[in-house]
Design a binder for this molecule. Structure first.
Ligand SMILES: Nc1nc2c(ncn2[C@@H]2O[C@H](COP(=O)(O)OP(=O)(O)O)[C@@H](O)[C@H]2O)c(=O)[nH]1
Ligand SMILES: [Mg+2]
Length: 234
């Protein structure tokens, strides 16, 4: 399981809440610098390797080495700091990286710091995040479909001409390869989350038990996947 999200999103405090079963908010000197790995046993028959990333943004290469379709990705976002113009920084860029590096992966969305938000803020922010994510995905699929149509036309125009020589056949072959790649991108979309878990890792511990129960269920579903063979999960 991989905890990702912007610096100070609440990843390590969420990890503490899940592993300790009580609130342990991080202090400034406990900041995660690069990556911490922990072995977590939410139930006696379930052992999970938990990766908690430091403050580097998704554009840094470190994350990309670890994103994998077999892992459960928990994308964490501080709801008290969220505003629509921060969507890409806090959510969108992370979703893009997962789609790019780990097609087919499961993503769970978690909004933290609920104790510091008004009820109406929580509702507005979670709706905005889900809507933006769906709108982004729709746009990406439309762009890919447009590219596919364009390539098909190029291919038709190229193959219409009878070149007769081996070298000139390379172009249609390359176009076909590109087309196959685009079809793959269209067919292997990451199932995007349609809900956001709203939690507080502070003393009130809002929704942590509910989130832990759903998370454990999802982890059991991924437990059977080839994950273990790569040594990521034990
Ligand atoms: N009030 C409140 N503070 C939180 C919560 N989660 C994290 N924090 C605080 O937010 C800051 C960043 O949290 P941390 O877990 O270190 O974030 P990370 O950088 O994503 O690992 C720390 O000062 C935490 O004490 C929460 O749910 N409520
Ligand atoms: Mg941390």
């Amino acid at each position: 399981m991989i905890l990702i999200g912007a610096a100070k999103a609440g990843k390590t405090s969420l990890r503490n809440a899940l592993m300790l079963g009580k609130s342990k908010l991080t202090a400034e000197h406990e900041r995660t610098w690069v990556l911490e790995r922990h072995l977590w046993e939410p139930e006696s028959d379930l052992r999970v390797q938990l990766l908690d990333f430091g403050g580097h943004h998704i554009y840094s290469a470190a994350h990309h080495l670890f994103l994998t379709p077999e892992a459960l990705h928990v994308l964490v976002c501080d709801l008290s700091k969220y505003s629509p113009d921060l969507y890409d920084y806090m959510v969108g860029s992370w979703i893009d990286a997962i789609i790019d590096r780990a097609p087919g992966a499961t993503i769970l969305l978690v909004g933290t710091h609920a104790d510091m938000c008004e009820e109406h803020q929580i509702e507005e922010h979670t709706i905005n995040i889900i809507e933006k994510m769906q709108a982004d995905e729709k746009e990406k699929v439309q762009d890919l479909q447009f590219e596919v149509e364009k390539l098909k036309m190029d291919l038709k125009a190229t193959t219409g001409k009878d070149s007769g020589t081996k070298f000139e056949d390379i172009k249609p072959q390359r176009l076909r390869e590109k087309l196959n790649h685009l079809h793959k991108l269209l067919n292997e979309r990451v199932p995007l989350p349609d809900k956001m878990y709203v939690v507080s890792c502070a003393e009130d511990f809002l929704n942590i038990p509910e989130f832990k129960a759903d998370l454990t269920k999802k982890l059991k579903e991924t437990d059977e996947r080839p994950f273990q063979k790569h040594g990521i999960c034990s």
